[in-house]
Ligand binder design. Structure first.
Ligand code: TPP
Length: 536
């Protein structure tokens, strides 16, 4: 008997099944999509799916999790995910790690064998299902009884949605879905954490006294809806604004006169970049995210630092300074009420972006310049092209909240499925994925989902024939040679077309503008492979 059939028989006796109660719970919490890849251990969940739900299929679980991650980040709501038992979760772990760092609220359910078989190591058994996803979930549970499945999901939802947000996991035995269960009550979540007013009073005094304060903004600002308050605060303090190193979101308009740039991810360059400041106020970012060890000093000598974040791990893990726990948005608004805005120096014009001439070869810089000229300012950009990141910073200013997404973990394979998830979340907004050839191949079958669900999405692949980031790092380390970094013989047009995605290739800078223009004006999923000019 399937879950739905027994639901009917149970319903006729006036009781709902676990399945029916779970769908009611999902409805009342605004979760009407299931991102998944199906298996027999969770079959009752998606057979005869109620007509107000949709199933978004990814052809590998890392794709499923990354699509859901972007859905959650772009919408600001929880996303519901279903993965197949242990092997499915295993495939999804890389993306789960990234979702955890991205602070994406995902309610992940995994299939488990029937309870009566669990003691006998059955086929597809998930052993220690709550240990497997750790430490990259905020909470994990296999409910003690079938009747507690809906309550476990409700608890999972509240864990995921409280700041700092993140993924949670509930392992559900196959036999539970058709069991009777009681409804769960809707409980609203309001999880913004206000800062201690006394701490804000003291901080305001220090900021007023600071000769040359600067701000460092991280993804927490955009996650928290703190964009406008941060702009106002920067203007009131006349503080330059740096983006924290390797930030996964844009948190400040990058052509604003006070925008100072992107902090490097190593010492002492980071401290040097902060320049002649006596007070560093960090909002919604770790202090600091480094990629390479070496050097001394995190801030310029003599400078003070205060970090505001709702993430206790940021505060506990800070290399120095005072930490104040709380919502970045509420904190910025609170500081604004406590300080007198400075009028000097005057704010002059938007940041100038340099112009490059048109050439035959295409560099990342020239690509970004061309895209800046042509793209809608409204578009959402998902980026995963490691060695083109500096060019992005220099030539492609992001100026809207929730307009930019990248992997916060550094794990590749996120960008393509995340762009599909973003396009499915915001069909009315253009979405552009900018990927390295290497990065795209970790999850290239996400194009299948883009085609299947007609995601309105332009995927740009910057093809430099290999893992240039690793080649560059090896060179910096004086290596004579490096293996395993050349992946040159890939035909991205053929790969896209084989999955039903329209595709083109451009290798000539003189044609890039028209090529991009034509694709930007198109609809549905389309891919442009750009063959980058070889470095000289
Ligand atoms: C899951 C995962 N595997 C491996 C790496 C290591 N890694 C960092 S950059 C890079 C190369 C990426 O190549 P590509 O996307 O073509 O960008 P490029 O370096 O050429 O700019 C690799 C393999 C990683 N970050 N994540």
């Amino acid at each position: 008997m399937t879950g739905r059939t027994s639901e009917l028989s149970s319903a006729t006796q006036g009781r709902k099944t676990v399945s029916g109660v779970v769908f009611d719970f999902m409805r009342s919490h605004g979760m009407d999509r299931i991102f998944g890849n199906p298996g027999s251990t969770e079959l009752p969940m998606f057979t005869d799916l109620p007509s107000d739900f949709s199933y978004v299929l990814g052809l590998q679980e890392s794709i499923v999790v990354a699509m859901a991650d972007a859905y959650a980040q772009v919408s600001g709501r929880a996303a519901f995910v279903n993965l197949h038992s242990a092997a499915g979760l295993g495939h999804g772990m890389g993306s789960l790690y990234t979702a955890y760092r991205n602070r994406a609220p995902l309610i992940i359910t995994t299939g488990q064998q029937s309870r009566e078989l669990l003691l006998h190591d059955p086929f597809l058994f998930a052993e220690n299902p709550t240990e497997f996803p750790k430490p990259y979930v905020k909470w994990a549970c296999e409910p003690p009884t079938p009747q507690s499945v809906p309550q476990a999901l409700a608890r999972a939802y509240h864990m995921a949605m409280q700041h700092p947000r993140g993924p949670v996991l509930v392992s559900i035995p196959l036999s539970d879905w058709s069991e009777p269960a009681e409804p769960v009550e809707f409980r609203a979540v309001s999880s913004s954490i206000g800062c201690d007013p006394a701490a804000l009073d003291a901080l305001a005094v220090r900021l007023e006294a600071a000769r040359r304060p600067v701000l460092v903004v991280g993804s927490g600002v955009d996650i928290d809806g703190g964009w406008n308050a941060t702009v106002e605060l920067a203007e009131a303090l006349r503080a330059k604004v740096w983006v924290s190193s390797l930030s996964s979101r844009c948190s400040f308009p990058e052509r604003h006169p006070l925008f100072a740039g992107f902090l490097p991810a190593h010492q002492p360059a980071l401290a040097n970049a902060l320049g002649d400041t006596d007070f560093v106020l960090v909002l919604g970012a770790p202090v600091f995210t480094y990629h390479f060890a070496g050097g001394r000093g995190h801030v310029p000598a003599g400078a003070d630092l205060c970090l505001i974040s709702d993430d206790p791990a940021h505060i506990a893990g800070a290399a120095l300074g005072q930490g104040i726990r709380g919502s970045v948005r509420l904190a910025a608004e609170g500081i604004l009420q406590r300080i007198t805005p400075r009028a000097q120096p005057a704010l002059v014009g938007p940041r100038e972006i340099p112009r490059l001439p048109i050439c035959e070869g295409i560099t990342p810089e020239f690509f970004y310049q061309t895209l800046t000229d042509l793209r809608s300012k409204d578009s959402i950009v998902v980026e995963e092209a490691p060695t083109a990141r500096d060019a992005l910073h220099d030539f492609f200013p992001i100026e809207r909240p929730r307009g930019f997404f990248a992997t916060a973990s550094g794990g590749l394979g996120y960008g393509l499925p995340a762009a599909v998830g973003a396009a499915l979340t915001r069909p009315e907004q253009p979405v552009i994925a900018i990927l390295g050839d290497g990065s795209s191949m970790y999850s290239i079958q996400a194009l299948w989902s883009a085609v299947e669900y007609d995601a309105d999405l332009l995927v740009v692949i910057l093809n430099n024939g290999g893992y240039a980031a690793l080649r560059d790092m090896a060179k910096m380390g004086q290596a004579q040679r490096i293996d395993g970094v050349d992946i040159g013989h890939l035909d991205f047009v053929a790969i896209a077309e084989a999955q039903g995605c329209r595709a083109a290739r451009c290798a000539d800078g003189r044609e890039l503008g028209s090529c991009l223009q034509a694709l930007l004006q198109g609809k549905g999923p389309r891919l442009l492979e750009i063959v980058l000019t070889e470095e000289t």
